[in-house]
Design a protein around this ligand. Structure first.
Ligand code: DGL
Length: 266
Protein backbone atom coordinates (compact mmCIF):
# COMPACT_ATOMS: atom_id res chain seq x y z
CA UNK A 1 0.00 0.00 0.00
CA UNK A 2 1.30 3.45 -0.92
CA UNK A 3 2.22 5.73 1.97
CA UNK A 4 1.99 9.49 1.33
CA UNK A 5 3.47 10.56 4.64
CA UNK A 6 6.75 12.53 4.47
CA UNK A 7 10.21 11.35 5.47
CA UNK A 8 11.47 13.38 8.45
CA UNK A 9 15.09 14.53 8.15
CA UNK A 10 16.90 16.65 10.75
CA UNK A 11 20.21 18.29 11.59
CA UNK A 12 21.59 21.20 13.59
CA UNK A 13 21.42 23.40 10.48
CA UNK A 14 21.93 23.12 6.72
CA UNK A 15 24.29 20.11 6.79
CA UNK A 16 21.47 17.55 6.63
CA UNK A 17 20.47 19.03 3.28
CA UNK A 18 23.36 17.05 1.77
CA UNK A 19 21.42 13.93 2.79
CA UNK A 20 18.12 15.44 1.54
CA UNK A 21 19.77 16.05 -1.84
CA UNK A 22 20.78 12.37 -2.07
CA UNK A 23 17.32 11.14 -0.98
CA UNK A 24 15.56 13.37 -3.53
CA UNK A 25 17.92 12.17 -6.28
CA UNK A 26 17.27 8.51 -5.46
CA UNK A 27 13.60 8.73 -4.46
CA UNK A 28 11.99 11.59 -6.41
CA UNK A 29 8.45 10.60 -5.41
CA UNK A 30 9.05 10.93 -1.68
CA UNK A 31 8.13 14.07 0.28
CA UNK A 32 10.64 15.44 2.81
CA UNK A 33 9.90 17.32 6.03
CA UNK A 34 13.21 18.87 7.10
CA UNK A 35 14.13 20.58 10.36
CA UNK A 36 17.41 22.47 10.84
CA UNK A 37 18.00 23.65 14.42
CA UNK A 38 19.68 26.83 13.19
CA UNK A 39 18.90 28.77 16.39
CA UNK A 40 20.98 26.34 18.45
CA UNK A 41 23.77 25.18 16.10
CA UNK A 42 26.60 24.25 16.31
CA UNK A 43 25.91 21.01 18.14
CA UNK A 44 29.45 19.64 17.83
CA UNK A 45 31.01 21.56 20.77
CA UNK A 46 28.01 20.96 23.09
CA UNK A 47 27.78 18.28 25.79
CA UNK A 48 26.17 15.05 24.60
CA UNK A 49 23.30 15.49 27.11
CA UNK A 50 22.34 18.85 25.61
CA UNK A 51 22.51 17.55 22.02
CA UNK A 52 20.36 14.62 23.13
CA UNK A 53 17.69 16.93 24.59
CA UNK A 54 17.48 19.05 21.43
CA UNK A 55 17.40 15.97 19.20
CA UNK A 56 14.54 14.38 21.16
CA UNK A 57 12.54 17.63 20.90
CA UNK A 58 12.96 17.75 17.13
CA UNK A 59 12.22 14.05 16.67
CA UNK A 60 9.03 14.46 18.73
CA UNK A 61 7.98 17.42 16.54
CA UNK A 62 8.55 15.41 13.35
CA UNK A 63 6.61 12.44 14.69
CA UNK A 64 3.73 14.75 15.73
CA UNK A 65 3.75 16.02 12.15
CA UNK A 66 3.20 12.42 10.99
CA UNK A 67 6.50 11.37 9.37
CA UNK A 68 6.81 7.70 8.39
CA UNK A 69 10.57 7.46 8.86
CA UNK A 70 13.22 9.52 10.69
CA UNK A 71 16.60 10.22 9.11
CA UNK A 72 19.13 11.50 11.63
CA UNK A 73 21.16 13.53 9.12
CA UNK A 74 23.71 14.61 11.72
CA UNK A 75 26.58 12.58 13.13
CA UNK A 76 26.65 14.60 16.36
CA UNK A 77 22.99 13.73 17.02
CA UNK A 78 23.53 10.11 16.06
CA UNK A 79 26.38 9.59 18.55
CA UNK A 80 24.40 11.37 21.29
CA UNK A 81 20.87 10.08 20.91
CA UNK A 82 20.01 7.68 18.10
CA UNK A 83 19.16 4.86 20.53
CA UNK A 84 16.81 7.11 22.53
CA UNK A 85 15.18 8.46 19.37
CA UNK A 86 14.54 4.94 18.11
CA UNK A 87 13.12 3.91 21.47
CA UNK A 88 10.86 6.93 21.90
CA UNK A 89 8.93 6.60 18.66
CA UNK A 90 7.44 3.75 16.69
CA UNK A 91 8.92 4.80 13.34
CA UNK A 92 12.08 3.41 11.74
CA UNK A 93 15.19 5.54 12.37
CA UNK A 94 18.14 5.73 9.97
CA UNK A 95 21.55 7.22 10.76
CA UNK A 96 24.57 8.24 8.70
CA UNK A 97 27.52 6.55 10.42
CA UNK A 98 27.16 2.94 9.30
CA UNK A 99 26.42 3.95 5.69
CA UNK A 100 29.59 6.10 5.63
CA UNK A 101 31.73 3.37 7.14
CA UNK A 102 30.36 0.81 4.70
CA UNK A 103 31.25 3.03 1.72
CA UNK A 104 34.73 3.72 3.12
CA UNK A 105 35.51 0.04 3.67
CA UNK A 106 34.53 -0.57 0.05
CA UNK A 107 36.70 2.31 -1.19
CA UNK A 108 39.94 1.82 0.71
CA UNK A 109 42.83 0.12 -1.07
CA UNK A 110 45.46 0.21 1.71
CA UNK A 111 43.10 -0.31 4.67
CA UNK A 112 44.02 3.06 6.24
CA UNK A 113 40.96 5.28 6.64
CA UNK A 114 40.58 8.76 8.10
CA UNK A 115 37.45 10.30 9.56
CA UNK A 116 36.80 13.98 10.26
CA UNK A 117 33.89 15.22 12.34
CA UNK A 118 32.76 17.51 15.14
CA UNK A 119 34.25 17.29 18.63
CA UNK A 120 31.17 15.38 19.88
CA UNK A 121 31.37 12.82 17.09
CA UNK A 122 35.10 12.21 17.36
CA UNK A 123 35.14 12.17 21.20
CA UNK A 124 32.51 9.43 21.48
CA UNK A 125 34.62 6.98 19.44
CA UNK A 126 31.55 5.94 17.43
CA UNK A 127 33.53 5.57 14.20
CA UNK A 128 36.16 3.36 15.85
CA UNK A 129 33.36 1.10 17.06
CA UNK A 130 31.72 1.02 13.63
CA UNK A 131 34.98 0.23 11.79
CA UNK A 132 36.13 -2.29 14.42
CA UNK A 133 39.14 -4.31 13.25
CA UNK A 134 38.25 -4.07 9.57
CA UNK A 135 40.64 -1.16 8.89
CA UNK A 136 43.14 1.15 10.59
CA UNK A 137 41.24 4.34 11.50
CA UNK A 138 42.67 7.82 12.14
CA UNK A 139 40.38 10.54 13.47
CA UNK A 140 40.44 14.35 13.56
CA UNK A 141 37.95 16.84 14.98
CA UNK A 142 37.48 19.93 12.82
CA UNK A 143 35.61 22.36 15.10
CA UNK A 144 35.78 25.43 12.82
CA UNK A 145 34.23 23.86 9.71
CA UNK A 146 30.52 23.93 10.61
CA UNK A 147 30.40 27.63 11.42
CA UNK A 148 32.07 28.48 8.11
CA UNK A 149 29.53 26.41 6.17
CA UNK A 150 26.62 27.96 8.11
CA UNK A 151 27.99 31.38 7.09
CA UNK A 152 27.98 30.21 3.46
CA UNK A 153 31.79 30.14 3.35
CA UNK A 154 33.08 27.03 1.59
CA UNK A 155 36.28 28.39 0.01
CA UNK A 156 37.94 31.16 2.08
CA UNK A 157 41.64 31.40 2.83
CA UNK A 158 40.93 31.10 6.58
CA UNK A 159 39.02 27.89 5.98
CA UNK A 160 41.84 26.50 3.82
CA UNK A 161 44.35 27.22 6.59
CA UNK A 162 42.11 25.47 9.15
CA UNK A 163 41.77 22.48 6.81
CA UNK A 164 45.53 22.23 6.33
CA UNK A 165 46.03 22.11 10.11
CA UNK A 166 43.26 19.60 10.81
CA UNK A 167 44.17 17.26 7.95
CA UNK A 168 47.98 17.19 8.35
CA UNK A 169 48.02 14.24 10.80
CA UNK A 170 45.69 12.21 8.56
CA UNK A 171 47.90 12.84 5.53
CA UNK A 172 50.96 11.86 7.57
CA UNK A 173 49.21 8.62 8.57
CA UNK A 174 48.79 7.71 4.87
CA UNK A 175 45.00 7.49 4.75
CA UNK A 176 43.75 6.69 1.23
CA UNK A 177 40.07 7.24 2.11
CA UNK A 178 38.54 10.05 4.15
CA UNK A 179 35.08 9.78 5.67
CA UNK A 180 33.30 13.13 5.91
CA UNK A 181 31.86 12.35 9.35
CA UNK A 182 29.72 15.49 9.55
CA UNK A 183 26.90 16.17 7.14
CA UNK A 184 28.08 19.76 6.66
CA UNK A 185 31.43 18.63 5.22
CA UNK A 186 30.37 17.46 1.72
CA UNK A 187 29.82 21.16 1.06
CA UNK A 188 33.59 21.56 1.56
CA UNK A 189 34.60 18.64 -0.66
CA UNK A 190 36.40 20.83 -3.22
CA UNK A 191 38.63 22.29 -0.55
CA UNK A 192 39.09 18.96 1.25
CA UNK A 193 40.07 17.14 -1.96
CA UNK A 194 42.61 19.85 -2.79
CA UNK A 195 44.14 19.55 0.66
CA UNK A 196 44.20 15.71 0.76
CA UNK A 197 45.40 15.32 -2.85
CA UNK A 198 43.81 13.53 -5.82
CA UNK A 199 44.69 10.00 -4.65
CA UNK A 200 42.45 10.14 -1.56
CA UNK A 201 38.82 9.06 -1.90
CA UNK A 202 36.40 11.34 -0.05
CA UNK A 203 33.39 9.47 1.32
CA UNK A 204 30.16 11.31 2.06
CA UNK A 205 27.56 9.20 3.83
CA UNK A 206 24.70 10.97 2.01
CA UNK A 207 24.33 8.67 -1.03
CA UNK A 208 24.78 5.49 1.00
CA UNK A 209 22.25 6.73 3.59
CA UNK A 210 19.73 7.39 0.80
CA UNK A 211 20.15 3.74 -0.25
CA UNK A 212 19.28 2.68 3.31
CA UNK A 213 16.19 4.91 3.17
CA UNK A 214 15.13 3.24 -0.08
CA UNK A 215 15.69 -0.28 1.29
CA UNK A 216 13.77 0.53 4.50
CA UNK A 217 10.79 2.02 2.64
CA UNK A 218 10.56 -1.12 0.49
CA UNK A 219 11.04 -3.53 3.38
CA UNK A 220 8.46 -1.80 5.60
CA UNK A 221 5.95 -1.15 2.79
CA UNK A 222 6.24 2.63 3.32
CA UNK A 223 7.05 3.85 -0.21
CA UNK A 224 4.94 6.57 -1.82
CA UNK A 225 3.10 5.76 -5.05
CA UNK A 226 5.21 6.89 -8.03
CA UNK A 227 2.07 8.04 -9.85
CA UNK A 228 0.81 10.17 -6.95
CA UNK A 229 2.11 13.43 -8.47
CA UNK A 230 5.10 15.53 -7.43
CA UNK A 231 5.81 15.48 -3.69
CA UNK A 232 5.61 18.63 -1.57
CA UNK A 233 8.71 19.18 0.52
CA UNK A 234 8.67 21.31 3.67
CA UNK A 235 11.71 23.02 5.17
CA UNK A 236 11.64 24.30 8.74
CA UNK A 237 14.30 25.93 10.87
CA UNK A 238 14.41 27.23 14.42
CA UNK A 239 16.36 30.40 13.53
CA UNK A 240 16.05 33.09 10.86
CA UNK A 241 14.12 31.58 7.92
CA UNK A 242 15.46 34.09 5.37
CA UNK A 243 19.04 33.20 6.14
CA UNK A 244 18.28 29.50 6.12
CA UNK A 245 16.41 29.76 2.83
CA UNK A 246 19.29 31.56 1.07
CA UNK A 247 21.79 28.91 2.14
CA UNK A 248 19.44 26.00 1.54
CA UNK A 249 18.62 27.16 -2.00
CA UNK A 250 22.32 27.45 -2.76
CA UNK A 251 23.14 23.98 -1.41
CA UNK A 252 20.09 22.11 -2.72
CA UNK A 253 20.09 23.58 -6.22
CA UNK A 254 17.19 24.81 -8.33
CA UNK A 255 15.49 21.43 -8.97
CA UNK A 256 13.87 21.38 -5.53
CA UNK A 257 11.94 24.53 -6.47
CA UNK A 258 10.83 27.25 -4.09
CA UNK A 259 11.68 26.22 -0.54
CA UNK A 260 9.25 28.37 1.46
CA UNK A 261 11.25 27.95 4.64
CA UNK A 262 9.27 28.68 7.83
CA UNK A 263 10.39 29.13 11.38
CA UNK A 264 9.24 26.50 13.84
CA UNK A 265 9.23 26.13 17.64
CA UNK A 266 10.17 22.63 18.66
N1 DGL B 1 25.99 18.33 10.72
C1 DGL B 1 26.28 17.86 12.00
C2 DGL B 1 27.01 16.55 12.02
O1 DGL B 1 26.88 15.77 11.12
C3 DGL B 1 26.76 18.74 13.11
C4 DGL B 1 27.09 20.13 12.95
C5 DGL B 1 27.17 20.92 14.23
O2 DGL B 1 28.22 20.94 14.89
O3 DGL B 1 26.14 21.52 14.57
O4 DGL B 1 27.70 16.25 12.96
Amino acid sequence: MADDRPIGVFDSGVGGLTVVRAIVDLLPSEAILYVGDSARFPYGPKPVEEIRRYALEIAAYLVRRGVKLLVVACNSIEVSAIGDIAQAHGVPVIGVINPGVRAALRATRNGVIGVIGTQATIATGAYQRAVGSEAELHTAACPAFVEHVERGDTTSEELRRAAATYLAPLKAAGVDTLILGCTHYPLLSGLLQLEMGPGVVLVSSAEETAKDVYATLLREGLARDEDAGPPVHEFRCTGDPGRFQALASRFLGPEIGDLHVRRVEV
